[in-house]
Design a protein around this ligand. Structure first.
Ligand code: AMP
Length: 195
């Protein structure tokens, strides 16, 4: 297996969600990363959108790095098929390792775990702890309410445009993934166009 061109950390639901479009997009994201010689970094579980994205990447011949705390190995069905499965001691270690192994972050639809992870890398970015691009995949308008609230927070002067500019939201997975990879400076546009 060749060295991956880039690593994308995908945050997403440990449940599949109500709309089949969520499962479909998790599959597309996993496949896109594998087809473009990328590596998927994620929470290491088999359930929900997490498992779907990982399986899609593996089936397409990609590398998948799963990172799961010992306490969640059974609860989230640790994915033994990962290229690398790291069982760590704590949730903090999981998040640190996921962040370190990634060149960019992408949030798919998910619940409070996904939101927590998204907001953590976003706040870390604004504090200058990293400079990796962050994307929000607004499949089937899942995040529209959140984006509207964030615009409200900006209007009420608890956020500013610069902070909002640190994330990129889109409803189109291919475009968003391409943007993340290019912003991270990891693949020339022409190379991504060819595939
Ligand atoms: P959810 O979006 O709630 O389905 O959770 C998605 C993933 O986030 C699961 O793998 C959870 O274990 C993980 N998660 C839940 N809470 C946290 C947390 N505080 N920090 C990091 N990950 C979390």
């Amino acid at each position: 297996m060749t060295t991956p061109a880039f690593s994308i950390c995908v945050y997403c639901g440990s449940r599949p969600g109500a709309n089949p479009a969520f499962m479909e997009v998790a599959r597309s994201v996993g496949e896109w990363i594998a087809r473009h010689n990328g590596q998927l970094v994620y929470g290491g579980g088999r359930n929900g959108l997490m498992g779907i994205a990982a399986d899609a990447a593996l089936q397409a011949g990609g590398r998948v790095i799963g990172i799961i705390p010992q306490a969640l190995v059974e609860k989230e069905w640790a994915h033994e098929g990962c290229t690398e499965l790291h069982v760590v001691d704590t949730m903090h270690e999981r998040k640190r390792m996921m962040a370190e192994r990634a060149d960019a972050f992408l949030a798919l639809p998910g619940g409070i775990g996904t939101l927590e992870e998204l907001f953590e890398v976003w706040t870390w970015r604004q504090l200058g702890y990293h400079d990796k691009p962050i994307g929000i995949l607004n499949t089937a308008h899942y995040y529209t309410g959140l984006l509207t609230f964030l615009a409200h927070a900006k209007e009420q002067q608890f956020m500013n445009a610069q902070q909002m500019g640190l994330v990129c939201a889109s409803d189109t997975s291919d475009l968003l993934l391409r943007e993340l990879v290019q912003t991270a400076g990891l693949a020339p546009a022409a190379q991504l166009e060819q595939i």
